[in-house]
Design a protein around this ligand. Sequence first.
Ligand SMILES: Cc1ncc(C[n+]2csc(CCOP(=O)(O)OP(=O)(O)O)c2C)c(N)n1
Ligand SMILES: [Mg+2]
Length: 283
Amino acid sequence: MSKKLFVPTKEFEEFLSPDYKDLAANGPYNGAKTVDDLGSFKEITGPHPHCAGCGVSLGIRLALSSLPSPEDTIAIGTPGCSYFALSQSAFNYSCSAFGDQNAVASGLKRMLSVRYPNTNKDVVVMVGDGGVVDIGLDHTLHSWFRQEKITTVMLDNEVYGNTGGQESGSTPKGRVLNMAPTGKKFEKIPIFEVAKASGCCYCVKVTVASPKKLGTAMRRAVLIAREIGPTFLQVYTPCPTNLKFPPSETIANAKEAEKSVYAYEEYMTEETSAFLSRIGETR
Ligand SMILES: Cc1ncc(C[n+]2csc(CCOP(=O)(O)OP(=O)(O)O)c2C)c(N)n1
Ligand SMILES: [Mg+2]
């Protein structure tokens, strides 16, 4: 990503917060290629509005620091907690209306392919579980059916976090939430299986407690989407505020989930596997 994108114009400079100026001067993604580089550059403004211990903002930071070409990537989001991290990070980002993110991303990807035929322009959808499993499911599935060359990252906190705790299709059965006081009545929708059955050629289920696995999955998902077809990451990003555990226990919560429903899974088609071998993606 060119630093110039974030350098304030002279006329606006005096109105910007010191934190934004710091972001422009010391970000973004100075050659970062793995999650190990997080902390060596400024990638998000300090006073962002996420709750302490937010799994969503951690998931976004890990994912963005692992992109193969951040300077040539645009993220498409939708309303939800993820909006706050993405809109305050040093990154190309556009927010769709709730639910149409994969339609917006499809059009953008096609337009970028025509406009820049000789450069890889990567389009990554980053939205919550409500955005994918509930409100955006139709657009999401159809982008997979059409084999759009985009990556979809679902930040799964198993709740509508941003609006105070309603259940989503991705909430586990029985979970009691602020606005689901009698508990969810049916099972968590197996969106990972749905993605496989709907034409995604690479799908990974991972949590924020496994940064290296998340980083590898993100890099591969983008590289594969360039050449083969749609890719999907389901990332568990626990929400201490709505799930009512102490903010210091986010990683422990995610580690625990890895023992059952969030056990690491990597699925790929044969064509995808051959492609990864060809480009030496074996680490
Ligand atoms: C069309 C539309 N319907 C409803 C909303 C209100 N809304 C904003 S965020 C949100 C929930 C988002 O849940 P999720 O996608 O899981 O993201 P999270 O906040 O949990 O990260 C809702 C219902 C909206 N902005 N637009
Ligand atoms: Mg959510």
